[in-house]
Design a protein around this ligand. Sequence first.
Ligand code: GLA
Length: 404
Amino acid sequence: MKKLSLLMTLCVGVLLGAQVHAQKFEELGKTPQMGWNSWNTFACDINEKMIRDMADVMAANGMKEAGYEYINIDDCWHGERDAMGFIQPDKTHFPSGIKALADYVHSKGLKLGIYSDAGGKTCGGRPGSRGHEYQDAVTYASWGIDYVKYDWCDTKGINAEQAYITMRDAIKKAGRPMLFSICEWGDNKPWDWAKDVGHSWRTTGDIYPCWNCEHNHGSWSSWGVLPILDKQAGLRKFAGPGHWNDMDMMEVGNGMSEGEDRAHFSLWAIMASPLIAGNDLRSMSETTRKIMTNKDMIAINQDKLGIQAMKWIDEGELEIYVKPLENGEFAVLFLNRADNAKHVKHDWAFHYMKDDIFKKEIYFDKQVFNWKNVWTGEKDDTKGKLSVTIPAHDVLVLRLTPKK
Ligand code: GLA
């Protein structure tokens, strides 16, 4: 009976779809989405108890208060399609079903995300949504899903823009606001066409928990923090409220050093990337928890202007990024890419900052800013010179407020 009513909704939806021009849910993702995703740590080894546990932890450990909202199940939750083509969860690992899981996650004041793929099979070999897009979207809506990550395996030469538009329209027709996260690794230049299609798009292949490495899997590679950062070159003009460059789920707490984790988190935050944790929240250290819940760093990521940072100064192993914020404020990040500590002497008045794309500029010789070090709380202003040592693979992040 329930399936029959889903089928009716589906038919009406598809018929209406022919007449109404669909859109994405515009009210979602106005600031970069924040949450947790199962893939980086667990890959296909997932089950409903573990997902519930993650919701429990996120609701209780300060992450929810800090702004984390989504609990996202990645690949491999799927069983087979039933006789009518409806997707079923894997009954061994999700015996209570996804609706019960969504109800549980919602009872914690959080939201539930799910994963599918535009092709016939997901990257993990489970049923993809190709040919079942409207059916899957109404199924997710009926379960109470809030977020759909949509991958790009087994797509056999289909047109990416059209494939993602089909799923966007299916989600809109299903009628439940679900954030639409595009994941085709930047292969089809989604920044050129996805602003009105999804709320974020992956810009690169998968992340790997290392500072500056390429991890070769044969036919594809995954990437460390610096290679992913460098692949953002030229993309900031495409990002803004509701449509973000996604640098992939984070690897904070997954084996890098404290300084590397701090730098990774700060870079994702200042680049206005979605902040999706990818570690085991149940067993993370207090150091990891503190990095991921730094309120000042998160405020920079969640700033309402939604401007992605630009690389302001490039001195090789030392780079300086600037992110314009609301009310004439700015975030400035000094990145030490090198394997050794670097002493930085920065004469503010000597450096002029101009952002041609978002029309912002700072004459530091005319305007003095107070600054706060986001990681230590230290305060000073831009009248003098900044003289500081940044450890290897680490950052210094300052929030600049105009001095009255
Ligand atoms: C792709 C995606 C990853 C993850 C896996 C799941 O590699 O880029 O983020 O979703 O598929 O199989």
